[in-house]
Design a protein around this ligand. Structure first.
Ligand code: AMP
Ligand code: GLY
Length: 424
């Protein structure tokens, strides 16, 4: 079989672990990444193209003879990059724009859940401020207010009072998140423990991945403002085989069938963000891509060839393959720039990455660049240090031992990644 040239789209830790996993495939002779980062450059040739520069990406694919594309982040998926690539004859891993609405429009997702009988928070979906205000006025608190569209993880407000909720809705309709806030979802606050359930879906067949949990809050003990994720581990003990089965049968399969029925079959990674309470999962959100940093904890455990699985997803052949996993647990700790998720500096030099790797961890880069031969920080989340162990506790101590060899005074991390799993 002819070897393939593959293009990965994105520049974060998720795209680094995707390139790292794909690099192990004997079916690929060259990986490109657009735009990539300083760590990704070890596995792939980085190409200076923005993920939203669809014309540039298409031209590049034609010029280099790209046979397969893998789209990491949600914005190009919601914008229709998979449709454009497929129309140009390039096999692509990632949903169409129509299917990416599951993440790109919370109102669409909630309405579909209501029709398909999928357990989720009770809600209202509004296109005007007046109706939103009335709904909030009659709602118990806390209450959750969400901008309908993509808002880089900032469009969800958990309001403790009706006043706070109303103010959040006013800001959204006033354009705080641009067009993403022209519709608003208001929903019941769900208490419980969050977990992520990820599966490959080929339009019809569902092939679950290993479970994972991330830590969204910036502070130890899961306190403080939400971030993109400060760390993750796999497996997630809260996702017992029974919980996985309920999630598959009551949440993922009904939504996959519903998407096919509305003419937007879902192909790609279906990421169900769950809230678990009283032994039952409810759907908080759908992401149409790998979670970041969940991906950095899940993929290092995959024994099977990732490229084979991504191709089977795209080709509608997931019923023909099975995935094999390492028994070991994985834990990823994120190192972020001081100040994140607020304002932070850029350009500080990071040392000691080789020492961390020599200590048995894999360092995935999320926001780094190369300047005068130095690795420098270029983003909020900068590195993800992943280690494997016989259990989560062992993976945790290995990850922190390696991370402590990294010399980067301008960075910080949480010291308690994995605490829920270890406490059990
Ligand atoms: P979302 O992007 O919809 O997942 O929301 C971001 C985060 O807000 C989630 O990961 C939860 O931590 C929290 N969240 C969202 N919706 C709810 C809800 N209905 N009840 C409690 N927490 C929520
Ligand atoms: N870690 C959460 C996400 O990728 O959305």
């Amino acid at each position: 079989m002819a070897l393939m040239k593959v293009l990965v789209i994105g520049s974060g830790g998720r795209e680094h672990v995707l390139c790292w996993s794909l690099a192990a495939s004997d079916q690929i002779d060259k990986i490109y990444c657009a735009p990539g980062n300083a760590g990704i450059a070890t596995q792939a040739e980085c190409v200076a193209l923005d993920v939203m520069d669809f014309d540039g990406i298409l031209n590049f694919c034609a010029k280099k003879g790209i046979g397969f594309a893998v789209i990491g982040p949600e914005a190009p998926l919601a914008g229709g990059l998979a449709d454009r690539l497929e129309a140009a004859g390039i096999a692509t891993f990632g949903p169409s724009a129509a299917a990416a609405r599951l993440e790109g429009s919370k109102g669409f997702m909630k309405d579909l859940c209501a029709r398909a009988g999928v357990p989720t928070a009770a809600y209202g979906h509004f296109t005007s401020l007046d109706k939103t205000r009335d709904f909030i006025a009659g709602h118990a608190t806390p209450v959750v207010v969400k901008a309908d569209g993509l808002a880089a993880g900032k469009g969800v407000i958990i309001a403790q009072s009706r006043e706070e909720a109303t103010a959040a809705a006013e800001d959204m309709f006033a354009g705080q998140f641009g067009a993403a806030g022209s519709e608003v979802v208001v929903e019941e606050f769900l208490p419980g423990e969050e977990a992520s359930y990820l599966a490959l879906v080929d339009g019809e067949n569902v092939l679950p991945l290993e479970t994972a949990q991330d830590h969204k809050a910036v502070g130890e003990g899961d306190t403080g403002p939400n971030t993109g994720g400060m760390g993750a581990y796999s497996p997630a003990p809260v996702m017992t085989p029974e919980m996985c089965e309920i999630t598959l049968k009551k949440i993922v399969e009904p939504l996959v069938r519903a998407m096919a029925a509305v003419g937007a079959p879902f192909k790609g990674v279906f990421y169900a963000g769950l809230m678990i309470n009283d032994g039952k999962p409810k759907l908080l959100e759908v992401n149409v891509r790998f979670g970041d940093p969940e991906c950095q904890a899940i993929l290092p455990r995959l024994k099977s060839d990732l490229f084979t699985a991504l191709q089977a997803t795209r080709d509608g052949r997931l019923n023909e393959i099975a995935l094999e996993w390492h028994d070991q647990s994985a834990l990823c700790v994120v190192l972020a720039s001081k100040g994140y998720p607020g304002a932070y500096g850029k350009g500080s030099v990071i040392d000691g990455l080789d020492k961390a790797e020599a200590a048995g961890a894999t360092v995935f880069h999320a926001g780094t660049g190369l300047e005068n031969g130095n690795i420098v920080a270029t983003g909020g989340r900068v590195l993800g240090v992943t280690a494997l162990g016989d259990d989560i506790a062992q993976a945790q101590s290995k990850a922190y031992r390696a991370l402590d060899l990294i010399d980067w005074p301008e960075g910080f991390c949480r010291r308690d990644i994995g605490w829920r799993a270890i406490r059990r």
